[in-house]
Design a protein around this ligand. Structure first.
Ligand SMILES: CC(C)(COP(=O)(O)OP(=O)(O)OC[C@H]1O[C@@H](n2cnc3c(N)ncnc32)[C@H](O)[C@@H]1OP(=O)(O)O)[C@@H](O)C(=O)NCCC(=O)NCCS
Length: 302
């Protein structure tokens, strides 16, 4: 029996929701217009799900793909990806993207799947480091790190509206952050552990944290303005976040820490290697894969 592939109707979503990550299960309800949910069905029941999201810049990001064990190796995921292309073209979308972590239990299968579907070879983009709060607090620099004179760390929640406007305006200008390192995102940040850095009253850096995965605090974005990088202010900022995590109201529920460091961000990669390596519990690489679609037509599921 070959599984049928079709968009998941809102009323059917609860049958497919267990096939994606908990963080995405509310997406078809919270962001129905941006969600692309393609279901595979056999004998009237769900056997696979591909969940994607339309990106503000115009592509579709595949958030997860899952096929039930009994149905694997029979081309179900291959057909989910083929159908996604049809949906993307019908929506006028020219780019598909997928982010995944290595090592991964399905590395080989995913690699073959993407290659056969004509995706570009996945490229490493982020280091994903993990530690426990207890372990990282043992690092001597966490206790010793001090800010040079003229600098001040403040809770990110105290950023003023004017400061926010200014940071948006300097994004992408020399010495400032690229969009990927912006402190602003649609996900709500964790106010107890997100901080900013001021120098002589001006905001020059930040560490923005999120709680997206049960048990973890994620250090999502760490940035220091280029002119201040020589003053070694990143470590005191990180140490401050670690102390705040230690004293936070949620530390019992989330005592692990995840650090995302872009491979292009050489200063932060160096900090990770020199200051964190001995205190990590795991280190993985996040890869990004993409496929650019030509404008030709393809079948669209009804
Ligand atoms: C990854 C996953 C979605 C693949 O689904 P699937 O329906 O089994 O995939 P397909 O049958 O379409 O096979 C895709 C490719 O992998 C190959 N493949 C399938 N199972 C394989 C296996 N056990 N060993 C080696 N290759 C395998 C297929 O031959 C095919 O390659 P080809 O196009 O070169 O012939 C499925 O294994 C799964 O649900 N895994 C758990 C969730 C997961 O890891 N998702 C990915 C990250 S979000």
């Amino acid at each position: 029996m070959i599984a049928d592939i079709s968009p998941v109707a809102p009323a059917d979503w609860e049958n497919y929701a267990p096939m994606t990550f908990p963080a995405y299960r509310g997406l078809p309800h919270s962001a129905p217009l941006e969600t692309v949910a393609l279901g595979a069905t056999a004998f009237g029941g769900p056997v696979g799900l591909l969940l994607g999201r339309l990106q503000p810049e115009g592509g579709i990001e595949v958030l997860s793909v899952y096929v039930m064990p009994a149905w694997r190796g029979q081309g179900v995921a291959t057909r989910l990806f083929a159908t996604l292309e049809g949906v993307a073209r019908a929506k006028g979308v020219g780019r598909l993207a997928l982010v995944f972590t290595r090592p991964h239990a399905f590395d080989e299968v995913l690699g073959r799947l993407l290659r056969s579907a004509g995706w570009r070879e996945p490229r490493p983009r982020l280091l994903l480091a993990e530690s426990s709060r207890e372990r990282i607090m043992q690092a001597p620099w966490v206790r010793r790190a001090e800010l040079p004179p003229g600098y001040e760390i403040f809770p990110w929640a105290e950023l003023t509206a004017e400061e926010g406007l200014r940071l948006r305006a300097v994004e992408g200008t020399p010495g400032w952050h690229r969009r990927e390192l912006s402190p602003f995102s649609s996900e709500p940040y964790e106010p107890e552990t997100s901080v900013g850095l001021r120098r002589s009253g001006d905001v020059v850096g930040w560490v923005i944290t999120h709680r997206v995965l049960a048990g973890y605090l994620r250090y999502t974005t760490i940035f220091v303005n280029e002119a201040c990088q020589a003053h070694l202010v990143a470590l005191p900022m990180l140490a401050s976040v670690m102390h705040r995590h230690d004293a936070s109201s949620f530390v019992r529920d989330a005592d692990r820490a995840m650090f995302n460091v872009e491979l292009d961000n050489k200063p932060m990669v160096t900090v990770l290697k020199r200051r964190f390596m001995r205190y990590l519990t795991s280190l993985k690489l996040s890869y990004g894969a993409e496929k650019l679609l030509s404008a030709s037509s393809a079948p669209v599921p009804q």
